[in-house]
Design a protein around this ligand. Structure first.
Ligand code: NAP
Length: 474
């Protein structure tokens, strides 16, 4: 189903949604295209003036109601997410909570869209700066965080007074439909939020990019697709936000506790089976503690249980599709061919009932070198590639040696070193002895080819606001 102008709409064609852990079909979803995309923009455009004219308190109340209903439905949403996307139930519950936080936080922040007055050099002149919603926004979201990537955009857009058209990922439309049911039930006015499902993302994206009524384009997904979309958005000078891929360094210095750092890495790297934009992709550990770090890491990773996310004890879910398993396997094989050492894992998992899903064993590789694909390409899978280093002096050059710039992590108990390294890392998010530097209240986003703009926090709201200067002769 699509949700356009406050109504649920079917299409003649449908596409199938499957459970990546079992291969079972769990839904058929209306397959839209250019027609529905255009209808959605027309609805969002029609709704804009009256929605923008609501008071901030009214918009806040709508977001607060959506947060309340989402919270009531959190267990159903988490179970749906596990079935559709594959992450273990505990991780799905965490994502639902994180996603709901954006609705609550922006319900509060909606009331704080302040302007300013500025002194003038002319005695009879006054300056006033207003913040106003940018207008109709188009959003495209990925499958790996199928609910939070929606609320991270819709929360601030609605707080600002924008209306939105959104296309969720093809693999996870059911989570998106469940969220739009919430928006519908809490009385968000018709046309304010619209959703089009499609198996032809380019067709829908093109309509939204070409339509000059769409004033902002916000995308979360791969750098490759993000670059194409951003270049097209230039043609009618849309505002653009891009949350793209990453290749995070994770640096463990010799003054840190190697056991604690290995525990942190095992939790962070294998979260969502490595399918996270902020997942570590190059793990640097200083030589004097490398053995203890690798031993702890390998023991923990070897004990991880893969399977369907609703099974007790499972911490590793499936990858999203066969192509993802192929990519991980190619990177591991390439590393092994070029001299990497396999410490655990390294193969597809087909036994014990896993043959119908897309499973790859949680893997630790050491002796990684810069010529290996895994050193440069985003893995998006359950593989921890480890590099031993000797000297702090060249670690910043190594860590920064990537086109990406999303997240970076370091473990150290030396506060001067922590400051020095955090300042030198060219990444938008830094975790110091911290494996979860994210929150609805904090800015999330990347430098370099990891993106443009930030989501979350008050800067996430700025992305949906225009600044207007009023000069006034009194
Ligand atoms: P993707 O292939 O770029 O797809 C993302 C979204 O874009 C999907 O909805 C997809 O639709 C759509 N899309 C693909 N090609 C398109 C086109 N030509 N025109 C319009 N839309 C198009 O990325 P993914 O594999 O789903 O997601 C994983 C990537 O997202 C990783 O690189 C990850 O690092 C990044 N990510 C970044 C963040 C962040 O905040 N920085 C957060 C999460 C994920 P279909 O589903 O129909 O293909």
């Amino acid at each position: 189903m699509h949700y356009i102008d406050g109504s649920w709409i079917e299409s003649a064609n449908t596409f199938e949604v499957t459970n990546p852990a079992t291969g079972e079909t769990i839904g058929q979803v209306a397959d839209g295209g250019a027609v529905e995309a255009a209808q959605a923009v027309a609805a969002a455009n029609k709704a804009f003036a009256s929605f923008a004219a609501l008071t901030a308190y009214d918009r806040s109340a709508l977001l607060y109601k959506a947060w309340t209903l989402m919270t009531e439905r959190s267990e159903d949403l988490a179970r749906l997410m596990t079935a559709e996307q594959g992450k273990p139930l505990k991780a799905a519950r965490n994502e639902v909570k994180y996603a709901a936080d954006f609705l609550l936080w922006y319900a509060e922040e909606a009331k704080r869209v302040y302007g300013e007055t500025i002194p003038s050099a002319r005695a009879n002149q006054r300056f006033m700066v207003m913040r106003q919603p940018v207008g109709v926004c188009a959003a495209i979201t990925p499958w790996n965080y199928p609910i939070s990537m929606i609320t991270r955009k819709i929360g601030p857009a609605l707080a600002a007074g924008c209306t939105m058209v959104l296309k969720p990922a093809e693999q996870t439309p059911l989570c998106a439909i469940a969220m739009f049911k919430i928006f519908d039930e809490v009385g968000i006015p018709a046309g304010v939020v619209n959703m089009v499902n499609t198996s032809s993302p380019e067709e829908v994206g093109n309509v939204w990019l070409q339509d000059s009524r769409v004033r902002k384009f916000t995308f979360t997904g791969s750098t490759e697709v993000g670059k194409q979309l951003a270049s097209q958005a230039v043609s009618n000078v849309k505002r653009v936000s891009m949350e793209l891929g990453g290749h995070a360094p994770f640096i463990v210095f010799d003054d840190a506790d190697p056991v604690h750092a290995a525990k942190g890495l095992s939790l962070l790297k294998f979260l969502n089976t490595g399918q996270a934009c902020i997942s570590p992709n190059r793990i640097y550990v200083q030589r004097t503690i490398a053995e203890e770090f690798l031993q702890t890491l390998t023991t923990r990773v070897a004990a991880m249980q893969a399977g369907e996310g609703t099974t007790d004890g499972v911490t590793i879910g499936p990858l999203v599709d066969t192509a993802s398993v192929d990519k991980v396997e190619r990177q591991v094989q390439d590393a092994l061919d070029k001299g990497a050492k396999l410490l655990t894992g390294g193969q597809r998992l087909n036994e014990g009932g896993l043959d119908k899903g897309h499973f790859f064993a949680p893997t630790v590789l050491s002796d990684i070198t810069p010529d290996m694909r895994i050193h440069n390409e985003e893995t998006f899978g359950p593989v921890a590639p480890v590099i031993v280093f000797d000297d702090e002096r060249d670690i910043l050059d190594k860590a920064n040696d990537t086109a990406y710039g999303l997240a970076a992590y370091l473990y150290t108990d030396d506060i001067s070193r922590a400051w020095r390294i955090a300042e030198g890392l060219r990444f938008g998010i830094i975790g110091i002895n911290d494996i979860n530097p994210t929150s609805a209240a904090a800015p999330f986003g990347g430098m370099n080819e990891s993106g443009l703009g930030r989501e979350g926090g008050h800067v996430g709201l700025d992305e949906y606001l225009d600044t207007k200067l009023v000069g006034w002769t009194v």
